[in-house]
Design a protein around this ligand. Structure first.
Ligand code: GLN
Length: 303
């Protein structure tokens, strides 16, 4: 398939959407990003990468990293994780507290903030340094040794992190968090503050299109675990808009409030799109439109 021509056509088609929506305002460092950026990359399963617009410009990955921490915890600690976090769409905003009390401190899924805090807590217990472990993994899979945290974003999140702190303390009261909450929050904020480009993210996510096989040919996940992650991305990766995303795009996808979205075509390729203007649910307006165009133009969806 001629990925480059498809991406160029998409960039042209979604141009009217670029700049729509608003950057995440509850994290001041993200509110300052120019919403007119747009980039998109595709990586095939052999690691050839194609791109348009700002596809090589680093941006704040935010919740997209939740996919990679989940993969590392499944790879290192196995199925035990699923006793501590569910696999159901929440139907609520990504930072919601409301379901936790009814469900005994067990979050609905690993991609809402509560669930991601549990996953990061487990990675911290398994490795002793969750955020460094994650950064090292992303450097290896993307082939980019220069990937780094943005300390300004991490500090900004920490300074405005009352909601995440509340989620973590509440789950700790049910015994579902084992590390000290301040340590966990530090690793969670650093994890959200990793900067990557669309090219880096499309390359790093390839193990999900390769049924669990890493960039160096070794196995990270069983075929079944890779399927499980893709399934949870499809049903929960875009929060309370996951039904809409499945309807429009029809691919496993994970968004972040930095305006990025990663999507997977199992067996074929990975995609990453970035544009900072978000809709009311925290998903990139132009990003969703671009992925919608991709599956419409190519017919490549999981359906
Ligand atoms: N760092 C953000 C937060 O914890 C991540 C949320 C997101 O990208 N949806 O609020």
């Amino acid at each position: 398939m001629d990925y480059q021509s498809v991406l160029e056509r998409i960039a042209n088609d979604v141009a009217p959407q670029i700049g729509r929506g608003r950057p995440a305002e509850y994290i001041p460092a993200l509110a300052a990003v120019d919403r007119r950026h747009f980039g998109m990359a595709a990586a095939d399963i052999d690691g050839r990468v194609y791109g348009v617009g700002d596809w090589q410009r680093p941006f704040s990955t935010q919740s997209i990293t939740k996919v990679f921490t989940l993969a590392l915890v499944l790879a290192t600690g196995g199925d035990d994780l699923w006793a501590h976090v569910g696999r159901e769409p929440s139907g609520n905003p990504f930072n919601s507290l409301v379901q936790l009390e009814y469900e005994n401190g067990i979050p609905r899924n690993p991609f809402i903030n509560a669930g991601a805090l549990v996953v990061t807590d487990r990675l911290q217990t398994l490795t002793g340094d969750a955020s460094s472990e994650l950064l090292g993994f992303l450097r290896q899979e993307s082939g980019n040794p220069d990937l780094a945290f943005d300390p300004k974003v991490a500090e900004s999140e920490s300074a405005h992190g009352d909601r995440n702190a509340a989620l973590a303390h509440f789950m700790a009261s049910y015994g579902n968090i084992t590390n000290p909450v301040p340590t966990l929050l530090d690793h969670y904020f650093w994890q959200c503050a990793i900067e990557m480009s669309c090219a880096d993210l499309a390359l790093a996510a390839r193990f999900l299109a390769r049924h669990g096989i890493r960039a160096d040919g070794s196995r990270l996940l069983t075929r079944s675990e890779a399927k499980q992650i893709n399934a949870v991305m499809l049903t929960c990766g875009t929060y309370d808009a996951a039904g809409e995303f499945a309807h429009r795009v029809g691919l496993p996808g994970k968004s972040g409030v930095g305006g990025g979205i990663v999507a997977v075509v199992p067996g074929r390729c990975t995609l990453c799109v970035w544009s900072p203007g978000l809709d009311a649910r925290g998903n990139s307006v132009a990003g969703v439109a671009a992925l919608d165009r991709f599956t419409t133009l190519t017919g490549l969806s999981v359906f």
